[in-house]
Design a protein around this ligand. Structure first.
Ligand SMILES: C[S@@+](CC[C@H](N)C(=O)[O-])C[C@H]1O[C@@H](n2cnc3c(N)ncnc32)[C@H](O)[C@@H]1O
Length: 239
C-alpha cells in the first residue's frame, strides 16, 4: 500500500485508532446494535448454518462487523480490508483475542490492490462512504464492491447521510450525545470538529439509493438509523 496522502485514511491515524473503540460508541448511539443487526440481516439473506465468504471493507478499529458475524455464523470466513495501518492493527488484535484470525484474511490496503479471487457471498462497507470525498470516490468503491460480489449477493452499507450543516437539530443533538457521556462544552466542540473534518456524507437516502443503483445494486432496505447514521442492505443485480 503506497504511503500517498489520502484524507479518508490519514484521519484514521494512531491517535484516532487509540480512542476509536470508545469514541465510536459515543459518536454512534447504537454502534453495537447496528453491527449485531447487520450480522442478522446477512444471516437472514444468506441462510444460517451455511459456509460463506464475507468481504469487510473498512474493517479497521474494532473489527466489530467480523466479531458480530463470526459469533452468529461459525462457518463464515472473512477478508478484512483497510488502508490505515493503525486501525487495521487494532482490528487484528481484536480478532486475535477471539481466535478469529484463522477465519480472516487481512489486507492492508484498499480494493484497488486486493488480489482478484473467487467472488464473495456478501460484503460490508460500514462507516466508510461518508469519509470518501466527492461523488466519484463513492461511486468507485461501490462499483468495486459490485465487481467482487456474486450476482444477487448482499452488500451492507452503513454510514452518515445528509450534509451535517443542513440539519442543525440533529447536529445539536449529536453534541448533546457527547455531553451526555460526560464531555465539557469545549470537549464537545473538539469532538464535533474532529467528526466534521473532511466528512462528505451523501445528500440523502435517495442519493444513497442512486449511488447503489449506478454501481449495480438493487433498492436498499434500511434496517437501522441513529441521528445522521443509516444502515441498509442492497443486493447486487443479477446480470
Ligand atoms: C469510521 S472507521 C469504520 C471502521 C469499522 N467499519 C466500524 O464499523 O467501526 C472507517 C475506516 O475506513 C477506512 N477507510 C478509509 N478509506 C478507505 C478506503 N478507500 N477503503 C477501505 N477502507 C477505508 C479507515 O482507514 C477506517 O479504518
Amino acid at each position: 500500500m503506497p504511503n500517498s496522502p489520502n484524507p479518508s485514511v490519514d484521519k484514521f491515524d494512531a491517535s484516532r485508532a487509540d480512542e476509536y473503540a470508545q469514541q465510536s460508541r459515543i459518536a454512534l448511539a447504537g454502534y453495537d446494535a447496528c453491527h449485531d443487526l447487520l450480522a442478522c440481516m446477512l444471516a437472514a439473506h444468506l441462510g444460517s448454518g451455511q459456509p460463506a465468504r464475507i468481504l469487510v471493507v473498512g474493517a479497521g478499529g474494532t473489527a466489530q462487523e467480523i466479531l458480530a458475524c463470526a459469533a452468529l455464523e461459525p462457518l463464515w470466513q472473512f477478508c478484512a480490508v483497510d488502508p490505515s495501518a493503525a486501525m487495521l492493527e487494532l482490528a487484528v488484535s481484536q480478532l486475535q483475542a477471539r481466535d478469529l484470525l484463522e477465519r480472516t484474511d487481512v489486507h492492508l490496503g484498499t480494493l484497488d490492490d486486493l488480489a482478484e479471487g473467487e467472488a464473495y457471498d456478501a460484503a460490508t462497507l460500514v462507516g466508510v462512504l461518508h469519509h470518501l470525498p466527492g461523488e466519484a470516490a463513492k461511486q468507485k468503491i461501490l462499483a468495486q464492491l459490485a465487481q467482487r460480489l456474486k450476482p444477487g449477493a448482499p452488500l451492507i452499507l452503513a454510514g452518515n447521510q445528509q450534509p451535517y450543516a443542513s440539519h442543525p437539530l440533529l447536529l445539536a443533538a449529536w453534541g448533546q450525545r457527547w455531553r451526555q457521556q460526560g464531555a465539557s462544552a469545549e470537549q464537545v466542540q473538539a469532538k464535533l470538529g474532529k467528526i466534521l473534518q473532511g466528512a462528505d456524507p451523501p445528500a440523502s437516502e435517495a442519493a444513497i439509493a442512486q449511488l447503489l443503483a449506478d454501481a449495480g445494486f438493487g433498492a436498499p432496505t434500511r434496517f437501522f438509523s441513529s441521528l445522521f447514521w443509516g444502515a441498509w442492505l442492497a443486493e447486487r443485480n443479477v446480470d
